[in-house]
Design a binder for this molecule. Sequence first.
Ligand code: GDP
Ligand code: MG
Length: 292
Amino acid sequence: MAFSFFQKIGRAIAGRSRVDDDTLDAIEEALIESDMGVDTTLKVIDNLEERVDRDKYLSQDELRGMLREEIAALIPPSGPTQLTSSPYIILVVGVNGVGKTTTIGKLAYYWKNQGKKVLLGAADTFRAAAVDQLDIWAERAGVDIIKQQMGSDPAAVAYDTAKAAVARGADVVLIDTAGRLHNRIDLMNELTKIRNSVRKVVPDGPHDVYLVLDASTGQNAFAQAKEFSRATDISGLVVTKLDGTAKGGVVVGVSDRFGIPVRFIGVGENIKDIKPFDKDSFVAALFNPEDI
Ligand code: GDP
Ligand code: MG
């Protein structure tokens, strides 16, 4: 994966064999530009500085290795959700346009290909096109969908979906939501209502709440993570649109700052453009020689 934000970091250390203030400044600038956030960037730089004080002269490989280690250390244990119960219900939240519906379509396809029975719930009843859009993804992925009319109660759709999941023996259920950030109380109430109606059918559900963030929005993603974490318990992140953005440091910054595991990353608009997040390969790709 040769993302453009990795190239900047690679360039920052290319040709430097001594870790002096200039080198640290260049790395700091590249991390800030990638939208890793100031707090996380300073942690990386401080830890790096502490380590290199003991050993000022480093090979390029050593410096890259250390930077990878320091960045990896800040990402909480991550990776795709293990489907530990059946039906395993995942609520998908996030503001309009970040890629929730697209992500649900891709995840439906991902789990279906692993032999899982997938069911979608169209609880974004707010926009006219939202239900139709999820319908199209259900068809593409070849999975079932539970829906009602536009404007109907999202909690009622979530209830129907949970009921159908149990009746049909679904393994994994993905519930789409509207993600209106009109105000925190309304958002909290709406998400709580959806949760409660799932629980009437599946008492320990929803088993996961995925917050979808668009990497290309940079610092906005931090503000969204803050608002949604206040409104409900977020148990995983999906960071979309990592294809062709220079802002991919968001993955590291948001997961570090909010302590939320990264489940998947979105790398395009097609059904296969989703990858289970693997922190080791993510940091390994940080400065591949071909990226520099
Ligand atoms: P929602 O409002 O959160 O449900 O967002 P949608 O799923 O409707 O997606 C909004 C737009 O983002 C659509 O044009 C998608 O094709 C696009 N999109 C979603 N995920 C990705 C991704 O990983 N990469 C790119 N390039 N586009 C994406
Ligand atoms: Mg949508």
